[in-house]
Design a protein around this ligand. Structure first.
Ligand code: PBG
Length: 328
């Protein structure tokens, strides 16, 4: 007789007993957008249910996230003004830096306040670094000049009170550069979450609406080629060697192989970012009645955990945490 694998699937209690993977609210991080000058939250057309927050509504969302037991919030700023160097990113009065201080004041001890450390929301060209003329007469993103901006941005975010800095620019050496700058300022306490394996993905489309991205062209000269699995692991190991406290794979669902590789090799916690396009696809299908929204959301995050993520960034974090609590 063959093994009776169905035996352990017989009742809900048996299935619960042998479940290999669990999702807890403490493992979830909610990305939040804050838009300079808003008095009311503004909807984002391609991300139903997600908004650009005003400073006041951001505080409410942070308080809700803390009450839901989330592990953290990841803040993105949308400024009024952009320039070539992204000076709004390092201005202590810049929208992201004031929002960090607001979030810490609202719920600083109840969850981690994390901040996106990247120039793209602040530059007029929309790239994640600063530009210089390249060898072929075109403009290229200057890796090492961008690192100087990241150092200053890290100090501004640390001064505002951020607990975790999310390095998402994909410049070589960014973790080492930022760690050195923080150490030099005596801020050894600030943790670095490296977007280690960040792919040049079409699934970031709705996010670019959310942050009113100025980008023309693409980021293929610094983000990873979706064709490459081994290189994702190499990026993660490199960031760990530079001192990353947490490494991330992004997007999540289309890159579960990379996530599993990184989780198997990493001695630091591993995060995955379920990005805007993953969110939008599932919401669109659910809005048509083509998929069971709650079941699909729950399964999608469970699958990311199963592949090896200790931490999941997801726009559904607060809602999902509510379901998890109700079901517990
Ligand atoms: C860059 C950044 C991006 C996202 C997070 N940080 C966009 C990009 O690299 O083009 C995408 C997140 C999402 O799509 O949900 N600061």
């Amino acid at each position: 007789m063959t093994d009776r694998l169905r035996r352990l699937r017989t009742t809900p209690a048996l299935r619960r007993l042998v479940a290999e993977t669990h999702v807890n609210p403490s493992q979830l991080v909610l990305p939040l957008f804050v838009r300079e000058g808003l008095t009311e939250p503004a909807p984002i057309a391609s991300m139903p249910g997600v908004v650009q927050h005003s400073r006041d509504s951001l505080r409410v969302a942070v308080a809700e996230a803390a009450a839901a037991g989330l592990g953290g919030v990841m803040l993105f700023g949308v400024p009024d003004d952009h320039d070539a160097e992204g000076t709004g990113a390092t201005d202590p009065a810049g929208i992201l830096n004031v929002a960090i201080a607001d979030a810490v004041a609202e719920a600083g001890d109840a969850l981690t306040v994390q901040a996106d450390l990247c120039l793209d929301e602040f530059t007029d060209h929309g790239h994640c670094g600063v530009l210089r003329p390249g060898p072929r007469g075109d403009l290229v993103v200057d890796n090492d000049a961008s690192l100087e901006r990241y150092r200053d941005m890290a100090l501004a975010q640390a001064a505002a009170g951020a607990h975790v800095l999310g390095l998402s620019g994909m410049m070589d050496g960014q973790v080492a550069a930022v760690r050195e700058a923080l150490n030099g300022a005596g801020r050894t306490d600030v943790a670095l979450l490296a977007y280690a394996a960040k792919y040049a993905s079409a699934f970031y489309g709705p996010f670019r609406d959310a942050v009113e991205s100025q980008l023309e062209g693409d980021r293929r000269a610094y983000q990873l080629d979706p064709a490459n699995r081994r290189e994702g692991l190499r990026e993660a190991l490199e960031d760990v060697a530079q001192g990353a406290d947490i490494v991330m794979v992004k997007p999540a669902s289309s890159y579960l192989d990379v996530l599993a590789d990184v989780a198997a090799a990493s001695l630091v916690p591993v995060a995955a970012y379920q990005v805007s396009g993953e969110f939008a696809m599932l919401e669109a299908a659910a809005a048509h009645g083509w998929i069971d929204r709650r079941a699909a959301i729950t399964e999608s995050v469970l699958a990311i955990r199963r592949a090896g993520a200790d931490i999941v960034l997801t726009y559904w974090a607060t809602e999902l945490a509510g379901w998890l609590r109700a079901g517990a």
